[in-house]
Design a protein. Structure first.
Length: 214
């Protein structure tokens, strides 16, 4: 499968995965085709209108889509139309959550460093954490693959728009079924390719894309 990275000439660590045969950069939705995997990277907060909210005082975004928002949203919607897999990293994961019908907690505290997550089958590993907004899958069809352990939630405050709310789940890795989307909140490009977190991503991709390890 061809890996198509939006905007950035970055493919690590995904080009090492058995599911990837080649990699290119494109910002043109018409370049996408069957057999591709779309890859959308991290960065600034996304336009809140994509998930049906108004921008809060904590959001680092505009009241209209930025040029980058528009490019990545267009690429994701084309990938959804084609039914091809999408990998979203940090900001990309949050945009993928919005595409699937979820929304974002517009501000959380404490997510700046390494922490332990627990998988849906009880395994634990360490990831980095560099974000102040957080995916909330809501009614979107999804599988929660890994989350911050419930007994060690990092945030003391959760803000939905300008309202402080109670919350009890901090997703780190979600598969969104209806858009074939792999939403990774941490930054695997900042971690070793053989670490447990990266191996888990590869394992999930191979399983969901019905491919076996080489």
């Amino acid at each position: 499968m061809r890996l198509v990275s939006v905007l950035y000439q970055d493919f690590y660590p995904f080009y090492n995965f058995n599911v990837v045969s080649s990699a290119v950069v494109s910002r043109n939705p018409e370049d996408l085709k069957q057999g591709d995997i779309l890859l959308v990277w991290g960065g600034a907060d996304i336009y809140a209108g994509y998930y049906g909210k108004s921008r809060s005082k904590y959001a680092h975004s505009d009241d209209a889509p930025s040029w980058r928002d528009a490019i990545e949203w267009g690429m994701m919607n084309k990938a959804k139309q084609l039914g091809i897999p999408i990998i979203g990293v940090c900001r990309g994961a949050q945009m993928l959550c919005a595409l699937a019908g979820g929304y974002l907690m517009q501000h959380v505290t404490g997510h700046s460093g390494n922490h332990e997550v627990i998988t849906n089958d009880g395994r634990k590993y360490v990831t980095n954490s560099i974000h102040h907004q957080m995916m909330v899958p809501g009614q979107a069809k999804h599988e929660l693959l890994a989350q911050v352990a419930p007994d060690s939630l990092l945030s003391r405050e959760y803000w939905d728009e300008n309202n402080k709310v109670d919350h009890n789940q901090e997703p780190e890795f979600i598969y969104f079924n209806d858009v074939n989307g792999f939403a990774i909140q941490w930054h695997p490009e900042m971690m070793e390719p053989d670490c447990a977190a990266t191996k888990h991503i590869e394992e999930v991709l191979e399983k969901k894309l019905c491919l076996s390890p080489a």
